[in-house]
Design a protein around this ligand. Sequence first.
Ligand code: NDP
Length: 241
Amino acid sequence: MSRVALVTGGTRGIGAAISVALKDAGYSVAANYAGNDEKAQAFREETGIPVFKWDVSSYGACVEGIAKVEAELGPVEVLVNNAGITRDAMFHKITPEQWNEVINTNLNGVFNMTHPIWSGMRDRNFGRVITISSINGQKGQMGQANYSAAKAGDLGFTKALAQEGAAKGITVNAVCPGYIGTEMVRAIPEKVLNERIIPQIPVGRLGEPEEVARIVVFLASDDAGFITGSTISANGGQFFV
Ligand code: NDP
């Protein structure tokens, strides 16, 4: 029987590439999304991967959504916490709503998804929790105090939980992508991308979603059983920890 993998925000961008790469690697994959039904249905038709709609910022919605996935596919053995949003603003202009939306999705969402799945992973003595953080959680980014705080929080969460999961066969790791060519990044004005962002990337280009997806497939594999509490950067040489 193939292992079951659940990818949050798994219908678009990096998450879609992760869903497809895990499917290609033999996993039985479920892709969660928040509200973009059109994109999700197109993704389902194109890939055959079942899609499940709920908001990861709600604990109750996660419990219900995970129950549906598990009823259909079986217990989740690989959880990829990928769903994320930006609400960028300089700190003197940021609103409490912009702060809370990002913390609730990008940090609390990781708790809301991992907590209901954790006990089952412990009982089965196997699990993989892989969280997509960000270069901006490692180095901080002006205009992104909310996003940088949430993504840095994801790294602390990963290191703490790795210690709890180790004796139970559960690995917990994070991937920190740099700038990857998804809608999130394509939303940045082209002039800013070409004149300010890409020149800061030593390899001279944006990353591809598939380059992040291949790291996730490796971290999910049995070969990666000794890697836990780690942060793997994929940023074209832009930042070294
Ligand atoms: P996209 O905006 O392209 O896709 C985001 C996905 O997350 C969509 O499937 C979206 O669903 C889903 N999503 C958003 N909010 C929620 C929510 N509350 N509940 C459930 N699903 C949700 O993002 P990217 O692919 O660019 O980013 C993926 C992850 O990688 C994020 O965590 C991001 O922070 C991180 N990252 C991205 C980088 C980049 O350069 N792109 C760089 C570093 C990190 P729907 O389609 O329904 O809206």
